[in-house]
Design a protein around this ligand. Structure first.
Ligand SMILES: *Cc1c(COP(=O)(O)O)cnc(C)c1O
Length: 430
């Protein structure tokens, strides 16, 4: 299979380049030349398949031409070492819990698959693959955990000093082994600038075999489509999927699942006040904005990086996109009220991102009675303990063991100013 850039369909590269490069040189996004469809054989039996079997069928449809069966099933099994349970919290109201992975967020699915695929793609190279990531929080933790102990790889994470939460910092700085963290005396944008400067230095980039692990990498999206199919298999009717969204990678993965043949009533793009996509769906005009801070901060995105892929999937037609996706946006006050009301009505503790989703799901069901909704719960509520305890009281959310034990681990991190040549020197000496 070849992959092309959304900006230039004639720029085509093989799988290895699309994954290791992440971004085409023209700043578009990579898309497969043909979008795979799962055949009748699959859709005859899909309700009886396990999560792993569904994952393998999807991965095979995308990567089967390039990756042999035994390697691909190892990649899928290694990715799916935890479940994604579907929990009913009311009539037609389902929550898909995507937080049972090592870093308690849905990003574990994409990061784990990407790490294993990259490791396989570079299996014959004697050079180490160096993965550079700049993070403002959750992505770095998922990537660090995913690459930890993966042979032939090492990870360098840059994060802004004092600007990530205490537990997030521990997720970046306590793994050791092939994971190194550097705290940068600067902002997240400085961290991104340093990473970019290393890539732009062709000699350095070539010699250290640098790659990036950002969220527009196609190999992070494909495994996220597994759980759309897995969750819908137990419902009698095609559901509407409600997706709390920021960069719209998760929603794009849902569109890929639909393309594979999954029957879907609708996708509902749920956002906080950073509502560029719901506004576009309502008006047909796409107007990126500076991002605004909210309590669902992983969705504070004013220019969603996967929007170009969504447009490509609908042939740049607003009408076609608006026929498949509805958009709804909510503010922090509404989100807080939903956290409280969900707890009162069903005893369920929903995190602020999921609460934006439940608001959208409720509004959508009101307009479409009888159709079940599946709301993606993108993170464990313990990751947002401050907000949860403000709304539900102290001790209302149990902290999972794998998060709690980090508190006592010792942080190991380098530190440096936001200086490009100092950073490049540091990389050289490794
Ligand atoms: C990353 C993230 C999101 C947004 O996902 P996108 O794929 O960028 O739309 C939502 N919730 C949580 C908790 C996240 O970490």
């Amino acid at each position: 299979m070849l992959y092309h850039s959304t900006n230039d369909p004639s720029h085509r590269v093989p799988l290895k380049e699309a994954i290791l490069r992440s971004l085409p040189p023209d700043n578009g996004l990579y898309m497969p030349d043909t979008l795979p469809v799962l055949g009748e054989d699959f859709w005859k039996v899909w309700r009886d398949l396990s999560f792993q079997e569904i994952g393998y069928a999807v991965a095979e449809a995308f990567f089967g031409e390039d990756v042999p069966e035994d390697a691909l099933s190892e990649i899928v099994d290694g990715t799916l070492e935890f479940d994604a349970p579907l929990v009913a919290i009311g009539k037609d109201n389902h929550v898909l819990e995507l937080f049972h992975g090592p870093t308690l967020a849905f990003k574990d699915f994409g990061a784990r698959f990407m790490a294993r695929l990259m490791s396989w793609l570079t299996r014959d190279e004697d050079r180490m693959l160096t993965v550079l990531v700049a993070t403002s929080g959750d992505t770095g933790g998922a990537v660090a955990s995913a690459f930890h102990n993966v042979p032939g790889t090492r990870v360098v994470i840059l994060y802004p000093k004092g600007k990530v939460s205490g537990l997030q910092e521990k997720q970046l700085t306590t793994l050791g082994g092939n994971i190194e963290a550097i705290e940068i005396d600067g902002t997240f944008d400085d961290c991104q600038r340093l990473v970019k400067s290393a890539f732009l230095d062709r000699e350095l980039s070539e010699r250290l075999n640098l790659t990036s692990a950002n969220s527009i990498n196609l190999s992070r999206l494909v495994p996220q489509s597994f759980y759309y199919i897995h969750s819908a298999k137990t419902l009698d009717n095609p559901p509407a999927f409600v997706i709390p969204s920021g960069n719209f990678g998760n929603l794009t993965a849902g569109l890929l699942a639909r393309q594979l043949g999954l029957p879907v009533a609708k996708f509902v793009a749920a956002t906080n006040i950073n509502d560029v996509v719901p506004s576009y769906l309502a008006s047909g005009e796409y107007q990126p904005q500076p991002s605004q801070s909210t309590i669902s901060n992983a969705m504070d995105v004013g220019a969603p990086s996967n929007f170009a892929r969504m447009q490509a999937l609908f042939g740049d037609s607003w009408d076609e996109m608006a026929a498949v996706i509805d958009g709804l946006a909510f503010n922090d006050e509404e989100t807080r009220a939903m956290i409280r009301r969900t707890h009162v009505e069903s005893g369920y503790a929903i995190d602020p991102h999921g609460a934006v989703g439940l608001l959208a799901a409720e509004a959508w069901r009101l307009a479409h009675p009888g159709t079940p909704t599946i709301t993606l719960e993108t993170a464990h509520p313990a990751k947002f303990l401050d907000v949860m305890e403000q709304e539900l009281g102290t001790g209302s959310v149990a902290i999972p063991e794998r998060l709690a034990i980090l508190a006592d681990r010792e942080k190991v991190a380098g530190s440096m100013g936001a200086d490009e040549s100092a950073f490049k020197d540091w990389l050289q000496t490794r």
